[in-house]
Design a protein around this ligand. Structure first.
Ligand SMILES: *Cc1c(COP(=O)(O)O)cnc(C)c1O
Length: 347
């Protein structure tokens, strides 16, 4: 979901942005109108996340999937090894991409228990020669979230695609943060990366310019034409979050939403969430029904009740409620009421 207020503002601006006579979609990315939109968006994001000096904010393309390659290309810096934590489907993708560039040391994995928990920090086998450690704080498909930032002795690279802006984070603890915008920020087509400056500029030989953090930073993310409209919408989302009270307020709301849904699942005796309660995601809540034959009727009836996109990821099945920032508490209340009613009729 995007906040309705954001979509309404986009509608107001659609044909003529602030009297410029142009739609944002028609602007030159180097014109003063779009440059002002871009700069405001970056300033608002820096304010929201309290980004310390010494970090660049990049507005990129290629999704989080391109970052799976950009992280090793940029962060190896002459080294040949990197540490990866394996906590779910997205970790696995990041690992398989990184293997094209370096020796990957998987410090720990929860695959043997179907990614229903996160291996304890004490059990991680880190390589002292690793250039960085990569992990996925929120596994979107498995619904597993790490609520604390781990302490490691090397730069941390984190795929925050489905959790960035859901709560405050301490950016200073990371070397690189990245997120595809389409989960919790804005429309598809934009990827945000926040990179510590001292880690830039030592890319692997033959790294394409477009995939070089330093080159993109030098050009203000405009080495080539950026995804201007997605950037503009993300900027409206940043302003919406500020108007709601910032990331502390987002965290309060998101935690309350998630707790309401998990409580309903746990006490139902009909629905189940398999994830270790210490690592349950605030953003993505997978659940199964007591009888998988009821999945289809559940989805069809939910849709008829106005509750959309509840099917689990194709790789795991079942249901998944993605309850990003823009999902109001009323959305969860409606889902919980529907689930109770469905159980009463079909359970
Ligand atoms: C969706 C997602 C991705 C893939 O994002 P793309 O932008 O489609 O490349 C990667 N990591 C996580 C955690 C995701 O949720």
């Amino acid at each position: 979901m995007l906040p309705e207020a954001v979509l309404e503002q986009a509608r107001v601006d659609l044909l003529d942005w602030r009297g410029s006579g142009m739609s944002v979609m028609e602007m030159s990315h180097r014109g003063k109108e779009f440059v002002s939109i871009a700069e405001q968006a970056e300033a608002d994001l820096r304010e929201l996340l309290n980004i310390p000096a010494g970090y660049k904010v990049l507005f990129l393309q290629g999704g989080a999937s391109a970052q799976f390659a950009m992280v090793p290309m940029n962060l190896l810096r002459g080294k040949t090894k990197a540490d990866y934590l394996n906590t779910g489907q997205w970790s696995k993708k990041a690992i398989s991409e990184a293997k094209k560039f370096c020796q990957v040391n998987v410090v720990a994995s929860s695959e043997a228990v179907n990614f229903t928990t996160v291996p304890a920090r004490e059990s991680w086998q880190c390589d002292p020669e690793a250039a960085y450690l990569h992990y996925t704080p929120n596994e979107t498909i498995n619904g597993v979230e790490m609520h604390q930032v781990p302490e490691v002795g090397v730069p941390l690279a984190a795929d925050l695609s489905s959790t960035l802006l859901s709560r405050p984070i301490d950016v200073g603890k990371f070397g690189v943060i990245y997120a595809g915008a389409q989960k919790n920020i804005g429309p598809a087509g934009l990827t945000i990366a926040i990179v510590r400056e001292d880690l830039m500029g030592q890319t692997l030989p033959a790294t394409p310019t477009l995939l070089d953090y330093a080159a993109m930073a030098k050009e203000g993310s405009m080495y080539n034409t950026p995804p201007t409209y997605a950037w503009y919408i993300a900027g409206l989302v940043f302003q919406w979050i500020k108007a709601q009270g910032g990331l502390d307020e987002m965290a309060t709301r998101n935690q309350a939403k998630a707790e309401l849904l998990y409580r309903a699942i746990d006490k139902s005796g009909f629905y189940k969430n398999p994830v270790d309660p210490a690592y349950r995601s605030w953003m993505n809540v997978p659940f199964t029904l007591a009888d998988p034959a009821l999945d289809k009727p559940f989805l069809a009836e939910a849709k008829a009740a106005g509750l959309l996109t509840l099917a689990g990821h194709r790789s795991v099945g079942g249901m998944r409620a993605s309850i990003y920032n823009a999902m109001p508490l009323e959305g969860i209340t409606a889902l919980v009421a529907f689930m109770a009613d469905f159980q009463k009729r079909r359970g």
